[in-house]
Design a protein around this ligand. Sequence first.
Ligand SMILES: [Zn+2]
Length: 131
Amino acid sequence: MSKNLHSLPADTLIASSIPPESERRYQQLCAMRDDLRQRLPQELGALASSDDMRAGGDVVDMALGATNEPLHIGEVELVEQQLCNVDVAIARIQDGTHNQCEDCGLPISKARLNAVPSATRCVKCQRESEK
Ligand SMILES: [Zn+2]
């Protein structure tokens, strides 16, 4: 029934611990997370909601049809990977470490964080990790 609601983090509680200067980025990341979740195929929620779908098929079909275009396996993995990155970035904002490179510990530039809100490494370390 409402399993999805229970698995959502309590955003209202978390939001109060977000430093004001990070709040915009936090909102941005939450929006990205929601967007990515909607792009994932039904399979993640299907197990929990298969009974609901049978009961209220029309509503569910319309909701899914609006946001879910078929994705290839590789694309699903990519979206899941991005979703994971966004979750990590959100957790880092909550920890107050989001602008710290996870590899070298130096600050990540504001320009980079603005361009890639889910970045967890500075440009230099990101390049290293992609080699
Ligand atoms: Zn670094």
